[in-house]
Design a protein around this ligand. Sequence first.
Ligand code: ADP
Ligand code: MG
Length: 256
Amino acid sequence: MEMRHQLSDQLKRLKMPGLSNALDMRLAECRTNNLGHLEFLSLLIQDELVNREDNMLAKRLKAAGFGVQKSFEDFDFRFNEEALPATVLRDLGTCHFIERKQNLVIGGPPGIGKTHAVKAIGHEAARRGHQVLFRTTQRLLAEMQADSSQRAERILRRAVAVDLLILDDFAFRKLDQREAEMLYVLAEERLGRASTVLTSNRPPEDWYAIFPDTVVGGAILDRLVSSAIKIITTKGKSYRREVMGAENRSLGDTTR
Ligand code: ADP
Ligand code: MG
């Protein structure tokens, strides 16, 4: 027991909680299955590695700022197969486009699962070790103009540097000159260096109209959209209305 105590202490100093927590279980396993020393050690090291990877993933997911997390595990690929083809989404889920530094644009009517799909892609990216930042376009622009210039600076630096930047609800409203300039900085800095994802309820041909002048608008859209992978649809059923609305009604919602 003295030995066990000392070991616990040593593991704490080495910051190896994964190994420490698994120790008793692995010791028992070792006795019942007559494991060799090397095998025993290897299992414990593996426990520590798994624990560290879990922690790092949790950190990346938190830093991404998804709010409500969504993944492909809870995505019904058949629901809007025509608007959001399963093969295309699954391919995006492999994150090869992130390694190729390509952009992605998903445009289509509200409620069809655009935000869900890009959060799921962001989740896959985090699982693969990528740094992800998810924001509605509005919120990111607001954060980049925070009263504290230090905070504004920090979020701008992150938005420029992450492997995957997801701007949800792009072209939601008109932008002023300063907002357009900030978007230009993002688009220019990230072009060819890291992937940017846009979703929008409006068709891309309407996007020019949100910019204060066509020159800066053209420059931004050229960088963000021109060479992007595009899923643009006018079709698609609203999952929010058809499935979630139906669930609410069956739960006794009498408002509709
Ligand atoms: P959009 O961004 O296109 O407006 P969302 O992604 O926000 O739509 O989807 C609306 C709601 O419906 C969300 O709660 C989302 O999780 C859910 N949803 C949409 N499509 C699917 C789907 N195919 N499978 C499961 N849930 C879905
Ligand atoms: Mg959305």
